[in-house]
Write a protein that binds this ligand. Sequence first.
Ligand code: MF3
Ligand code: CO
Length: 249
Amino acid sequence: MITLKSQREIELMREAGKILAECHREIAKLIKPGITTLEIDQFTEKYLAKYGATAEQKGYQGYPFATCASVNDEICHGFPSKKPLKEGDIVTVDMVVNLNGGLADSAWTHPVGIISEETQRLLDVTKESLNRGIAKAIAGNRTGDIGHAIQSYAEGENFSVVRDFTGHGIGKSIHEEPTILHYGNAGKGPRLREGMVITIEPMINAGKWQSKMDKNGWTARTVDGKLSAQYEHTIAITENGPSFITEEV
Ligand code: MF3
Ligand code: CO
């Protein structure tokens, strides 16, 4: 069932989204060669606590950390670790913030130090593919319009779109209906309506789209060992079009 959110619920989510966006900006300043993703995770927990917010991912279906930290060929749900990041890496930090029951979900991929031109292109295309998806998050459109916009752009840039993980509705819990595919056909899927709140979170690969699962049962990585990037925003469908809950990157 797809639930429509009231103005008040959307406001609560927006408050969570502000803290989340600010936390991402602080993390961006911290990331440099030598820092570990476990340090970033601990920073995040403390940062959220300072604002009376909590990390909704921690304990969600048994997930053990406040953030997901996916490095290089890791697509998503990477476990924060004690391994230092090194120059030229990329790391996707994904988190869901809960403030007074309002949830917001957003991921950014950060460069570590200086990255290659081709890696920068992957980041730029991933961010642009998210923005093209968001532009289709309009009442009256269908979910497939979002996926089609993302896939046609990303593949046109010679990258591939991960199929095994999707965007989703979000509200009282992290994952609600509808499922938002980042690929597929325009004009297909459920119709978007005012009051729906969804995430759009394309994971774009430098090589093949297929993923494989680590032994930890959570972390997905690319089958060919090539890089994967992701940007995610929580978006409300409003009478004025798509509205950022988690603030533009
Ligand atoms: N932001 C992540 C997603 O949309 C949340 C995953 S829940 C977790 O998939 F428990 F895996 F962290
Ligand atoms: Co999400």
